[in-house]
Design a protein around this ligand. Structure first.
Ligand code: IVH
Length: 678
């Protein structure tokens, strides 16, 4: 290869790696998966091996990370904190063992195997048993003084005590700070509740917590420390093996996770296979295991090469991230009409599983990622999480890449796709007609507060769909013509068929409000349906209502108004509505309310009422045009307070909202012509 091309490749890799290093070590906001970083790092290393003479002076293969932040005091490590070389498969592990055997011919070699914790390396100094200093790894040469924060970590001894062994004058312990999975989930739940930003993963959470300038915040974070090595001990502890020295640390109260000693590299491989399967059951995140020559004299003989020990290696788990290309993007229509883009990928192995499809969630995510057909993307899985596109690599974008747009028509039923401003999700407007939404539309249509067709939703809906008897909800009213077919459904006897047909027949007499609710128009719940029925009185008036008239209806917000327009503009929906009416659905013409004295007012009902339930009180209020809300605010017109009214009553009093007790409420209702039996 031409030398200038090699140098150009090296320069590009160095630049990309430097950016990611900064994001990872300094900003605590990794921009790519570790495994992808490793891939790029390996590419650079391979180039350097092939062309050592072209190795660039600033190559990251010779350093550990980026410089420490300046906000904490900087401390130089007396013993540098180095990194580990990586191996990814049995062959590479065997190569590691072979290199050791070659340097230590005819010696018995034992391996100490530990978990490779996915947290942050720190160093702890104990002078005469007292914790005097805690330092981050930083760039390996200098780190940050985080002593105050380290002192808040619960499972870490602030003072070394032991009845059995003398306390060393100086002890420098190295290990990993992390947040165990359970603590991580709890922390994120807590942050979410407070409306704060959640952490993307336990490692970021640990890094963010450890880097707090205020140690009182660190104290609230469930950090844990696991020791994996001793950098200095004076006087010497005298142990011959790392395994013994780790067990000795336990004497002083250090926690170290299980570690294992094996006599052969084959047994090390077996342990790796075992851990690969157990990984998700562990209480902490790990990204592999660390294999160390157990004997400390042998370690000293083996020494270091290019800032990593020859005597240890990280045996990483298979990549949880991989690069692949986007072949296509399909739009799937969910049961509620939501359109979800799904990227069809060139199949790629990610964490041992072949991934060929990955959801892109919504059009906003497509724009955020700026993903186009033909793009190279990184796909990752962590734990048992579903695969995700993490980022697009614009540097690999082909010239013929194709931008992705939201389809104008539903890919299932051709109805227009709608997405009101401010909404993240696009939807198919063919609610009643669209095959993808059929089952949900039917369940809703027959539910108690809608058309109230007993049994159909829970028991028979799926079977009827399978028999192709229900293409849309209007077909329900033609089921009586298919008695024979109905009888073929498992557990459906003569009696059930008759019951079903009877309750379908009975449902034809309904109310305008229930019918509107049954249509399943987005945003139109029971109350809104009632308001629409009261306001528009007839189906024709509702169908032809314009945006302004809809927006003026109590309980109808701007977005809902648009959904209603969209619904009645879709020809398929109108067709189904017409067929429903033609099938005999009818309701009593609404008695025009002589007046709606509470029109548009917001009321709240709370506490226990003795003569009625809260539902009934709500209905009376709604019949008079009021909106009944669940919480008291400055906008609340009046609070109806029964017995044991709690915080809502307090709030109403505080805000000066008028309060009616049950008696006064009944009196007012009577004045407006509402009583319990109307
Ligand atoms: S020993 C001289 N043991 O891996 C080598 N490191 O690339 C000292 N790590 O940042 C490292 N678990 O924080 C060792 N059981 C373990 C480890 C471990 C995680 C991290 C360490 C360092 C990185 C080395």
């Amino acid at each position: 290869m031409d030398q200038t091309i090699v140098v150009a490749q090296m320069r590009q890799l160095i630049q990309v790696l430097a950016q990611h290093n900064h994001a990872y070590y300094v900003m605590d906001q990794p921009t790519i998966e570790d495994s992808e970083y490793d891939q790029l790092f390996h590419q650079l290393k391979a180039l350097e091996q092939q062309h050592p003479e072209l190795t660039q002076p600033d190559t990251p293969t010779n350093t550990v990370g980026a410089k420490a932040l300046s906000k904490f005091e900087t401390i130089t490590h007396v013993v540098p904190m180095l990194s580990l070389g990586n191996v990814f498969d049995q062959q590479e592990l065997n190569d590691f063992a072979r290199r050791i055997e070659e340097r230590l011919p005819n010696q018995k070699i034992q391996y100490d195997v530990e978990l490779k914790f996915d947290g942050l390396a720190i160093s702890l100094w104990y002078e005469h048993g007292v914790l005097v200093r805690g330092v981050t790894r930083g760039d390996g040469e200098t780190g940050e003084d985080i002593t105050e924060n380290v002192k808040t970590i619960r499972n870490l001894p602030k003072m070394l005590c032991s009845d059995n062994v003398p306390i060393p004058e100086l002890l420098e312990v190295r290990g990993e700070v992390l947040i165990p999975k359970a603590g991580f989930n709890k922390l994120n739940r807590h942050l979410k509740k407070k409306g704060e930003k959640e952490f993307a993963n336990p490692r970021n959470a640990a890094a963010g917590s450890l880097r707090q300038l205020d140690s009182q915040i660190t104290k609230t974070r469930p950090l844990a420390f696991y020791a994996y090595g001793i950098a200095q001990c004076k006087p010497s502890h005298g142990f011959k093996t790392i395994a013994e020295s780790l067990d000795w640390l336990k004497e002083f109260g250090f926690e170290n996770y299980d570690h294992w000693v094996f006599d052969s590299i084959e047994d090390v491989q077996k342990k790796y296979d075992e851990l690969t399967n157990q990984r998700s059951d562990l209480s902490v995140e790990i990204d592999g295991m660390v294999v160390k020559v157990n004997n400390i004299d042998q370690q000293l003989k083996l020494g270091f090469v290019s800032r990593a020990p020859r005597w240890a290696v990280a045996y990483k788990f298979p990549a949880v991230a991989a690069l692949t290309t986007v072949e296509n993007i399909d739009w799937q229509v969910g049961r509620t009409g939501t359109l979800t883009p799904v990227a069809r990928l060139n199949p790629v192995a990610v964490g041992g599983v072949t991934v060929s499809n990955v959801t892109l969630h919504n059009i906003g995510e497509i724009h955020r990622l700026d993903v186009r057909l033909g793009d190279t993307v990184s796909v990752y899985r962590s734990g048992d999480v579903i695969p995700k596109v993490e980022k697009v690599w614009p540097e690999f974008r082909p010239v013929d890449s194709v931008e992705v747009h939201l389809p104008e028509q539903c890919p299932v039923c051709d109805s227009p796709v709608v997405m009101p401003e401010g909404e993240a999700l696009a939807r198919c407007s063919g609610g009643l007609y669209c095959a993808a939404q059929r089952i949900e539309a039917i369940r809703h249509f027959v539910s108690r507060k809608a058309m109230d067709i007993e049994g159909l939703g829970d028991r028979w809906a799926e079977s009827l769909l399978h028999l192709d008897l229900l293409k849309d909800v209007a077909d329900i009213y033609h089921l009586h013509a298919h008695r024979e077919k109905l009888l073929t459904i498992e557990k459906m006897g003569e009696k059930s068929v008759q019951n079903l047909i009877d309750s379908i027949e009975k449902s034809k007499k309904t109310s305008f409000a229930s019918f509107i609710f049954a249509l399943g128009i987005r945003g139109v719940g029971e109350t809104t349906a009632r308001m629409l029925a009261n306001t528009f009185q007839t189906l024709d008036a509702l169908r032809n209502a314009d945006l302004d008239a809809l927006k003026k209806t109590p309980d109808v917000g701007d977005i809902t108004a648009e959904w209603i327009i969209d619904f009645f503009q879709a020809p398929h929906n109108l067709e189904v509505v017409d067929r429903l009416i033609a099938a005999g659905i009818h309701w009593d013409a609404p008695i025009a309310p002589t007046r709606q004295p509470l029109n548009g007012e917001s009321w709240v009902v709370t506490g226990t009422l003795s003569s009625m339930g809260r539902d009934e009180a709500t209905q009376m209020l709604q019949a008079l045009g009021a909106r009944v809300s669940g919480s008291v605010s400055a906008k609340t017109k009046c609070l109806v307070a029964g017995e044991k009214a709690g915080s809502k009553l307090d709030k109403a009093e505080k805000l000066g909202v008028p309060v009616l007790d049950e008696q006064a409420f009944l009196a007012l209702m009577a004045e407006y012509g509402q009583s319990l039996d109307t």
